[in-house]
Design a protein. Structure first.
Length: 409
């Protein structure tokens, strides 16, 4: 079946599902669930109440799709009396598995909201969320409810072009502009936008390749540093991150309760990556390619898939370590950004088959013209601070500049 026919069939399925759930009154809408709920000022621990929805541990490519449940990844500290206490945990939550390839934005968006209500809602709403956590029908109902709000906005705008046409919205793809709209304007947001201990941030291009080879978003980094500063200075705080990871949206929720930090990833592919290293990601992708019959997928798409899984491993580790004070976000991203710069320089110039001088000229003309170096490297140093560079990096840049000067002379 061609991709166009698949989309038509899939959209028909959603329309049928919408009609079915409309006739099944036992399935409340998300809005109906939270309409009479109350919100607590302080968060509660998430994982003890959702242990049956949690996967811990490492993906074993030769195993079944669901991991054997292992102990969570926990860290401990010792107090003055040498008593060991657990003060943080990393976990992956099992969620409704995505079936439509381009609908991951909806899953990411709703997973963040369900976490919020489980953590800050009253016991009644928290229990209700637990009961429908893996209910696909409830998810469809919620997705359709949101798409209708977007359709109303599309009709109000009356624009004849993409993306604000009703037929675009009925593709059930939560485009970036749609996600921004619902976060800013959805009635559900009124419950949480002004909450002093909860925040939500959308990062559309937070993939490692984008950080390596594109302009480093200084403003975004500074915003994230402010968020992680809250985790370092507040005993109770929660933040949800909607992350675009190369080809896929996932959600990371960090919840700090009375000094205990639980970091959770929610991935509608249900690819278990807690405990994995970057080297494990290719084995995971290969296992799933065979299991789900994707052997004929083009190689470039397969590599993007591998990269997307690596992005999830990278982001989960980075965000947890930043929230718990083990590392500094700005330093980590600068290091990754410079790694892309050096990789490009070494492969294009130092290893050029045409020799150093010709390779350097081509590099400055085609890859990193002086204006790009000024914008992507020098500006970042000036705005974020040279003090974050390691001594090794400073020496490397000094040698690089000396080499360029000698070549010009």
């Amino acid at each position: 079946m061609g991709s166009q026919s698949q989309n038509i069939a899939q959209n028909m399925l959603y329309d049928i599902c919408a009609a079915v759930v409309d006739s099944q009154h036992q399935y409340q809408t998300f809005g109906e669930l939270v309409e009479k709920a109350t919100i607590s000022e302080l968060p509660r621990r998430f994982l003890p109440n959702h242990s049956h929805h949690v996967w811990f541990g490492k993906k074993v490519p030769s195993s079944s799709d669901v991991d054997t449940v292992q102990e969570p990844t926990e860290s401990t500290t010792e107090d003055n009396n040498n008593n060991t206490t657990i003060n943080e945990v990393v976990a992956q939550l099992r969620v409704v598995r995505q079936r439509k390839n381009n609908s991951c934005g909806y899953y990411s968006y709703f997973n963040a909201f369900w976490c919020f209500w489980s953590i800050y809602g009253d016991q009644k709403i928290a229990k209700a969320i637990q009961d429908v956590w893996l209910d696909r029908t409830f998810f469809y109902k919620t997705m359709i409810e949101t798409s209708r709000i977007l359709e109303e906005e599309a009709l109000r705008r009356g624009e004849p072009w993409y993306p604000w046409r009703v037929k675009d919205i009925r593709e059930y793809l939560l485009e970036r502009v749609y996600m921004e709209y619902v976060i800013e304007n959805h009635d559900w947001m009124k419950y949480i936008k002004d909450h002093p201990r909860f925040g939500i941030t959308k990062l559309a291009d937070f993939g490692t390749m984008m950080i390596k080879y594109s302009e480093l978003p200084v403003g975004t980094i500074q915003e994230l540093e402010e968020i992680f500063h809250k985790f370092k200075t507040m005993d109770n705080y929660t933040h949800a991150f909607l992350l675009g990871q190369t080809t896929h949206w996932v959600t990371i929720v960090i919840n700090k309760v009375n000094g205990f930090t639980e970091t959770m990833i929610l991935d509608s592919h249900n690819i278990v990556i807690t405990g994995c290293t970057l080297d494990d990601c290719r084995a995971i992708a290969e296992y799933r390619r065979v299991k789900y019959g994707y052997e004929d997928i083009p190689e470039y798409r397969y590599e993007l898939w591998v990269q997307s899984i690596q992005d999830r491993v990278f982001s989960l580790k980075l965000f947890h370590e930043c929230a718990t004070g083990k590392t500094q976000l700005t330093k980590e991203l600068i290091d990754l950004h410079l790694e892309g710069f050096w990789n490009n320089y070494e492969s294009t110039v130092l290893h050029s088959e045409l020799g150093f001088e010709v390779g350097l000229i081509q590099w400055l003309q085609n890859y990193f013209p002086p204006a790009i170096i000024e914008n992507q490297i020098q500006r970042v140093f000036n705005e974020l601070g040279l003090h974050l560079l390691s001594q090794e990096t400073k020496v490397k840049f000094t040698e690089f500049l000396d080499t360029i000067r000698k070549s010009i002379d």
